[in-house]
Design a binder for this molecule. Structure first.
Ligand code: ATP
Length: 354
């Protein structure tokens, strides 16, 4: 990246002798929305707090706008932050909450009021200025927290699981709203979440974190379709794993139970007799043979879940059970549990996890 707006360079962080962030590197472009995604305890929040200046790294540097801010306090970094807990001041009105940072910065009253009104319009709560936080729903409180963070026009927005305390429906609508406000303002944003769907649906790029490291950094499409590690493949999305044994490495022949499939060009460095985990997303597998699919296996239907437009079918293939999705067709009968069936897929869609 030519001129990253945020640059995290070889950052490490230990608490006592526990290494929580291990050599973390990331460049974020101006206006980009990047998520830190990973399980609880992987170091996402710690990394975000280092960017914010609430934690000092044990090693490494943080640059914002090309300037080394590693030694600077949070209020010297021109950042806005929203936390999981709403953290609004309960004794201040919505307008006073949004204007808090403006007042601290000494902005004249009329100018501050104009900015507060502008922020209330952006978060689509124009008439809420005189309310108190206890008079708001959780989703409204988070929108106010976002407005408060954005009012001083920070250059970098840091969001730490801002949706995780909300119920599912509000969460989904706020996802879209946050993303659209972020795009409209063009503000560079880091979003911490353990929710893969949130990360996939909102981000320009995702950093999947595992035990203090960035396992993979890529677009949602890349992370989902081309996971580079077993951890990423398992953490993001539903994954079917079939255990296979290489019968001929040169031709790429792999034996699964008593059947063979060809994975030419995908077995780099492996030899006959090696065992492999072959992973497939549910949407990459078809029930029955299908034109264009070069691999077939036989199995038996173990489970059928009718979900409306989609039917999720689980098929036993030897020792493994794979899930696949088939579209409902009103004129044909649904699959039947116990039925013998073939499944098919394209070898190009198989992820080989060594
Ligand atoms: P979560 O989603 O649960 O918040 P996370 O990925 O954000 O997880 P962190 O909050 O960064 O993880 O914590 C990573 C590890 O560092 C955890 O094991 C945590 O207990 C530890 N940790 C965090 N802050 C401190 C601290 N101030 N002192 C000691 N250990 C800490």
């Amino acid at each position: 990246m030519a001129d990253p707006f945020l640059s995290i360079q070889s950052v490490k962080k230990s608490f006592g002798n526990v290494a929580v962030v291990k050599d973390f590197n990331l460049d974020v472009g101006a206006g980009e929305f990047v998520s830190f995604l990973g399980p609880s305890g992987c170091g996402k929040t710690t990394m975000l707090r280092i960017v914010a200046g609430f934690e000092e790294p044990s090693a490494g540097k943080v640059l914002i706008g090309g300037k080394d801010v590693t030694g600077l306090k949070p209020n010297q970094r021109n950042i806005g932050m929203v936390f999981q807990a709403y953290a609004l001041f309960p004794n201040l009105t919505v307008a006073q909450n949004i204007g808090f940072g403006l007042k601290v910065a000494g902005m004249p009253k009329a100018e501050a009021q104009a900015r507060i009104d502008e922020m209330l319009a952006i978060i689509k709560l124009p008439d809420f200025g005189d309310r108190y936080p206890y008079q708001l729903s959780g989703g409204q409180q988070q929108r106010i927290a976002l407005a408060r963070a954005l009012a001083p026009k920070p250059k970098l927005l840091l969001l730490d699981e801002p949706l995780s305390a909300l119920d599912a429906k509000v969460r989904i609508s706020l996802r879209e709203e946050i993303r659209s406000i972020q795009k409209k303002l063009g503000i560079t944003t880091i979003f911490v979440t353990h929710d893969q769907e949130e990360a996939l649906s909102m981000s320009d790029r995702i950093v999947v974190m595992n035990e203090g490291r960035a396992d993979q950094t890529g677009t949602p499409f890349e992370i989902y379709n081309r996971p580079s590690t077993k951890f990423v493949a398992n953490f993001v999305g539903t994954l079917n794993v079939l255990e296979g044994t290489i019968s001929d490495a040169a031709s790429g022949t792999v034996k699964i139970n008593a059947e063979e499939i060809g994975l030419k060009g995908k077995l780099n460095g492996s030899k006959a007799g090696d065992t492999l985990s072959l992973a497939l997303r549910p949407e990459a597998i078809s029930l029955g043979r299908k034109a264009g699919n070069d691999s077939n296996l036989t199995g038996q239907i173990a489970d059928v879940h009718f979900l409306g437009s989609v039917i999720r079918v689980r098929v036993g293939v030897g020792q493994n059970v794979v899930s696949l999705d088939t579209f409902n067709s009103p004129s044909s009968p649904p699959p039947v549990v116990g039925q013998k069936t073939e499944i098919s897929f394209s070898s190009g869609d198989v992820l080989v996890l060594h």
